[in-house]
Design a protein around this ligand. Structure first.
Ligand SMILES: Cc1cc2nc3c(=O)[nH]c(=O)nc-3n(C[C@H](O)[C@H](O)[C@H](O)COP(=O)(O)OP(=O)(O)OC[C@H]3O[C@@H](n4cnc5c(N)ncnc54)[C@H](O)[C@@H]3O)c2cc1C
Length: 376
């Protein structure tokens, strides 16, 4: 995105990629259909120590701007849910679109070329690459975060930021599944593959989407979203019935089915096996007639306020993004230029700007790329 915009301005642009393939994360994104933006994208969809930083770039290159680009290239897409736009066919269409734009803009691309070192010179920068030395007036670092190390992720952006004395905020895996403590993991392992709509909350932040039980713990959109707000040792509250008043319904059931076991009654709201396993985990047993009002409150509370203390996350191996990164106080919000190093720019995920799930991370990559591309 940045290269094409700079190329159209008549700049001589060379993109260096150390793997064999440019845009690998685009290809793997959105289950192969690239959730390329979100029609509801706004600064509220980002986590950053400075929530104002992303505003300028996002307002100057909006989701609508990217949609127009996609439409100009004849790519068909659809809204899946919650404003998330996906290709009808394949992520490859988005990558091909960007490569076509680069081609039209006269951008040169070199793959399998790693940059080993960058040195400031009087004229700009000298880069030592796997294929020799290069000179450039300016350099844009767009090497992303730490997630999916076996897909080409490196700490390069942070290393260069450190070299130029830019502050880096602590980083962690985000949009990532949780692993569970042995007791819960064992109790729930049979539910692996089952999905259920929940509200996942930490403090005042919550997401109502589906949750997926996995053989290691919990995943699915609601869990990935809340993982970006999680600190090791913290509890996550899961409401297994975000759309209903379970207590009122349980009271009706006590009248209607007094002889039924709690787990059989709960099986009207979820699969029989899930009801059995959760009732066992929450220590709930007996018939409905046995339950006092207080006991029904406890049952309702167990399902509405399930407190889970993850043992950890699956880490960068499966995380979609890296939370934290280069301190945005070090970067000009209009141009993405490093304030301390003339001609050095940082864009995309390496900055301390982390989007919610649903196309926001790509929108940040496009918008910050355009912001730098217009000035670099
Ligand atoms: C499985 C998965 C699915 C995702 N799905 C979505 C989605 O549907 N929607 C969404 O909005 N976001 C999604 N994301 C997040 C999104 O992919 C990233 O936020 C986005 O790609 C970041 O863009 P970037 O340009 O900053 O970095 P990247 O896309 O990570 O690109 C960085 C590039 O730099 C290269 N590189 C690294 N180090 C060097 C070096 N030293 N020298 C040369 N090249 C180097 C890498 O090989 C890579 O090609 C997903 C992420 C993952 C992992």
């Amino acid at each position: 995105m940045c290269a094409a915009i700079a190329g159209y301005r008549g700049r001589s642009v060379l993109v260096l990629e150390h793997t064999k393939k440019i845009g690998r994360k685009i290809l793997m994104s959105g289950g192969g259909r690239c959730n390329f933006t979100n029609i509801h994208n706004s600064p509220a969809n980002f986590i950053s120590a400075n929530p104002h930083f992303c505003k300028s770039a996002l307002s100057r290159y909006s989701a609508q701007d990217f949609i127009e680009l996609v439409e100009r290239h004849g790519i068909e897409f659809h809204e899946k849910t919650l404003g998330q736009l996906f290709c009808n066919e394949s992520s490859k269409e988005i990558l091909d679109m960007l490569l076509t734009e680069c081609d039209w803009a006269g951008v040169e691309l070199k793959t399998e070329t790693s940059v080993n070192a960058i040195k400031a010179t009087d004229a700009g920068y000298q880069l030592s690459t796997g294929h020799g030395e290069l000179e450039a007036e300016s350099v844009v670092i767009a090497t992303g975060g730490l997630s999916i190390p076996n897909g080409g992720a490196t700490s390069f952006a942070y290393d260069i930021a450190q070299q130029f004395d830019l502050n880096i905020l602590s980083r962690s895996a985000a949009l990532v599944p949780f692993t569970l403590q042995p007791k819960e993991k064992d109790a729930l392992k049979e539910l692996s593959g089952v999905s259920h709509k929940v509200r996942a909350s930490i403090g005042n932040t919550s997401f109502v989407e589906s949750m997926l039980f996995t053989h290691r713990g919990l995943s699915g959109p609601a869990i990935l979203q809340i993982s970006s707000y999680w600190q090791p040792g913290a509890e996550v509250e899961i409401d297994l019935f975000p759309d209903m008043d379970l207590l009122a319904w349980l009271k009706e059931q006590r009248e209607a089915r007094p002889k039924a076991e709690i787990s059989s009654v709960m099986a009207q709201q979820m699969s029989k096996r899930m009801a059995q396993i959760l009732c066992q985990l929450f220590g709930l047993s007996g018939t409905m007639a046995d339950q006092s009002n207080k006991a029904l409150e406890n049952i309702s509370g167990a399902f509405h306020h399930w407190k889970v203390k993850p043992s950890g996350t699956e880490g960068y191996r499966t995380a979609e993004v890296t939370l934290g990164g280069i301190d945005t106080n070090e970067i000009d919000q209009k141009t993405m230029a490093a304030k301390k190093a003339l001609g050095l720019y940082f864009i995309g995920e390496c900055l301390d700007v982390t989007g919610h799930l649903g196309g926001h991370n790509f929108q940040w990559a496009w918008a910050s790329g355009v912001a730098a591309g217009q000035v670099v």
